[in-house]
Structures are given as C-alpha cells and as structure tokens.
Design a protein around this ligand. Structure first.
Ligand SMILES: Nc1ncnc2c1ncn2[C@@H]1O[C@H](COP(=O)(O)OP(=O)(O)OP(=O)(O)O)[C@@H](O)[C@H]1O
Ligand SMILES: [Mg+2]
Length: 234
C-alpha cells in the first residue's frame, strides 16, 4: 500500500481554483519530487496535504482518508512539514525552535534531537543562538530539524534550497539523502531547482498551473530529450 495517495485533488482559495485534479502516489521509503515554476501550485499541494487549504478529492495516508483533519492531527498521524520560508520564532534559540516541533512526540525528544544534530552538527554548536541571527542555510536546517522533531513517517519539504548558495544546497541534499537511507523516511520535496530535485528523487511530477503535466521515474524523464529540453533546461 502507498504511504500517501492523492487522487483528483482540487484546491481553492475563495473562488479561485489553484489545483485542478492532481493525483500522485508515494511508496514507503521513496523520495518524490514535485517541480514547477512560481505559481505552479507546489506550496498549495503541500498546504492541502496539511489541511490548510480548502480541497475536494482524496488524500490517503496508509489507506486512511486524511482530508478534513487539522494540522495537529496530521502531525500526530505522522506527517512532518517543513514549509517554505521556515516561519521560525526569530528571538528564540535554535534549541527552543526545535523543541516547538516536539510537542507531539515528547517521548522521542532526546532521540530526535540526536538525529537532528547528527544531520546538522552546526545546530548543536549553535543551540543557544537566536534564529534571527542565523544564516538562511542554518535557518533551513532548523526548519527541517523542527519537522523531524515530530517523529514523522513522511516528511513534506517545500523549496529547501530557495535563496541558498550551491554549497549549502549540497549540504541539505546530503542530509535528506542520509535521512532517507538511514531511517527509511519517505520524503516529498517541492522545488523550482530542478537539478536539486532530480538529484534526490526517484520519481518526479511536473506541476504546471495547478495540474500535473508530466510524471515518471526521474531516469526516464531525464533520458527523454523532448522532456529534458522542455523542463530541465538541457
Ligand atoms: N493565500 C492565497 N490566496 C489566494 N491565492 C493563492 C494563495 N496562495 C497561493 N495562491 C495562488 O495559487 C497558485 C499556486 O500558488 P503556490 O504558492 O502554490 O505556487 P508555488 O508553486 O508554490 O510557487 P512558488 O515557487 O513561487 O512558491 C498561484 O496562482 C497563487 O497566486
Ligand atoms: Mg511555493
């Protein structure tokens, strides 16, 4: 059974329809990429899974319908979310920002902190620093770390590389790959950075103005010259 299955998902902001019948499946242990330009609907898809947007259609977590659940119920059900633009508490320390994520998984605090620190050692060194004074890359690490503090079974990551230098992106990519390999965590990544997404994901869905234009195994999409030219810039 797929860990996450989305079928015929429509999303609405007031009268405006922003997703027009999106379907996709994630198998347990997979990294899946959703790529697309500004306004394609990547964040709307993530917010829809988290119950933050009005939707119709079906979203199932391990076979159980989760549409209608609120965000805290979804976190309890095992969905971790590192949203675009982090939304950290700027005047709280790194450690306290991480602990905000731990309210649903109190028993696992030490274990999860250990995992976060092993992925991002700089967060251990800087645990007392206010996040307001951190670099963009460090804040992105705190955001991912905070989502991991909820002991997720599936992690949603929205544009982890936005505004970051290539070297920092490579560090984030390494951490996500390690996380997936070492803990088997299923990861859904939304990215405009096509190379970043293709480097990590086994399957890619290309979103265009609220619909899935193309889907498939990353290797197949890469080797199709028409698609590569249209979507991947080479
Ligand atoms: N809060 C909102 N109210 C109304 N419309 C919205 C809202 N958020 C997004 N939209 C619209 O929904 C569509 C999809 O936006 P979304 O933010 O999901 O795109 P995105 O792929 O995440 O883009 P980006 O790469 O810029 O983050 C856009 O047309 C956008 O204007
Ligand atoms: Mg977005």
């Amino acid at each position: 059974m797929a860990i996450l299955e989305i079928e015929n998902l429509y999303a609405y902001y007031g009268m405006a329809e922003s997703l027009h019948g999106v379907s996709m499946k994630l198998e347990e242990g997979e990294i899946v990429g959703v790529i697309g330009p500004n306004g394609a609907g990547k964040s709307t898809l993530m917010d829809s899974i988290m119950g933050l947007v009005k939707t119709t259609g079906s979203i199932k977590l391990e076979g159980r319908e989760i549409t209608g659940l609120d965000s805290s119920e979804l976190v309890n059900a095992g969905v971790g979310y590192a949203p675009e633009r982090a939304h950290l508490f700027p005047y709280m320390s790194v450690r306290d920002n991480l602990l905000v994520g731990a309210y649903t998984a109190r028993n696992d605090i030490e274990k999860n902190l250990e995992l976060v620190h092993s992925l991002f050692p700089v967060l251990r060194e800087r645990r007392s620093q206010e996040t307001a004074t951190q670099s963009g890359g460090e804040r992105q690490m705190v955001s991912l770390g905070r989502a991991l503090m909820t002991s997720p079974r599936i992690l949603l990551v929205d544009e982890p590389t936005i505004g970051l230098a290539p070297k920092i992106c490579a560090g984030i990519a390494d951490a996500l790959v390690r996380l997936n390999k070492e803990t088997g965590l299923t990861i859904l990544i939304a990215e405009q950075n096509v190379n970043f997404a293709m480097q990590l994901a086994s399957h890619i869905h290309v979103l265009e103005t609220g619909s899935v234009a193309v889907s498939g195994p990353t290797e197949e999409l890469k080797s199709d010259p028409e698609l590569a030219k249209a979507y991947f810039g080479h």
